[in-house]
Design a protein around this ligand. Structure first.
Ligand SMILES: N[C@@H](CCC[C@H](N)C(=O)O)C(=O)O
Length: 272
């Protein structure tokens, strides 16, 4: 089987893009193929795969022509990816597949409005986040009370004095299956200064990654609420792979802004 692919990243959260515009190339995208492509030794290597497909071809209701069909590195499906949608947007712009900006991309968390900025960064209206309460997470020997936050997908946000307190994060932090029946992305957050935080993340289905856009939104929203700030407020979120900005608008919506680049493309002859 041969097929085209591209590789891109947003703050080093990296993705393999699989153009499959009318859904005829990959059929039901198998978890096995996704995991093989994401393998950093035996495959291309990535935190996730994005199938570039028309909303209509996937039968998904959307005002956007294009849909982000997102898979984690283990092949599991996620509703939303804040870094991935910017990388997909960059690809759609580069290939002139979208007529004008701003434009809409469909996701399993609904339609997202995307705005390319003059400095090359891309903003995404992520919709409203939801802060629900608390739930315990454990990493290594330590247990924390985490904020249960939803930004299209599930997050547990833990404030720490030092990001090293999370330990090596080689395994998924333990969590309450009643709060998170489908698993959870866990963010460890340190305050850096006013409206400025730093985080590490262990992503559901992908392990520790160098950035997470939905996670940055969960963290920015939680920090801003704890600070009791007036909206609109913008928080800088430092991730190991770069810098993201999260704006909490006065209508409660969250806007994620950050870089997105395509770094390679090719034609794959899958030998496995
Ligand atoms: N890296 C992404 C989030 C990807 C999905 C996540 N692992 C999940 O399973 O919910 C981001 O930038 O938001």
């Amino acid at each position: 089987m041969t097929f085209p692919w591209l590789k891109g990243h947003g703050t080093l959260n990296d993705f393999v893009l699989l153009p499959d515009h009318d859904g005829q190339r990959h059929g039901e995208l198998s978890a096995e193929l996704v995991a093989a492509l994401c393998d950093r030794r035996a495959g291309i290597g990535a935190d996730g795969v994005i199938r570039v497909i028309r909303s209509a071809a996937l039968g998904m209701p959307s005002d956007g022509e294009w849909f982000m069909d997102y898979r984690n590195a283990d092949g599991s499906v996620s509703e939303m990816c804040g870094n991935g949608i910017r990388v997909l947007a960059r690809h759609l712009i580069d290939e002139e597949l979208v007529p004008e900006a701003p434009f809409v991309i469909g996701t399993r968390d609904g339609d997202k409005h995307v705005t390319p900025l003059p400095d090359g960064e891309i903003s995404v209206d992520m919709g409203r986040g939801e802060v629900r309460g608390f739930s315990k997470v454990r990493a290594g020997e330590r247990v924390w009370e985490a904020h249960d936050v939803r930004t299209g997908n599930p997050h547990a946000v833990v404030f720490v004095d030092d990001l090293a307190q999370a330990g090596p994060l080689l395994e998924a932090p333990e969590h309450d299956p009643e709060t998170y029946p489908d698993g959870v992305n866990v963010e460890f957050v340190r305050r850096v200064g006013p409206a400025h935080v730093a985080m590490r993340v262990h992503e559901r289905g992908s392990g520790e990654t160098l950035s997470c856009g939905t996670g940055a939104c969960a963290v920015g929203l939680t920090a801003a609420r704890l600070d009791g700030v007036e909206r609109p407020a913008t928080y800088r979120v430092d991730v190991p792979g770069g810098i993201l900005h999260v704006t909490w608008r006065d209508d409660d919506g969250l806007v994620l802004t950050g870089p997105a680049v395509i770094v390679a493309r090719g034609e794959m002859e899958w030998m496995a």
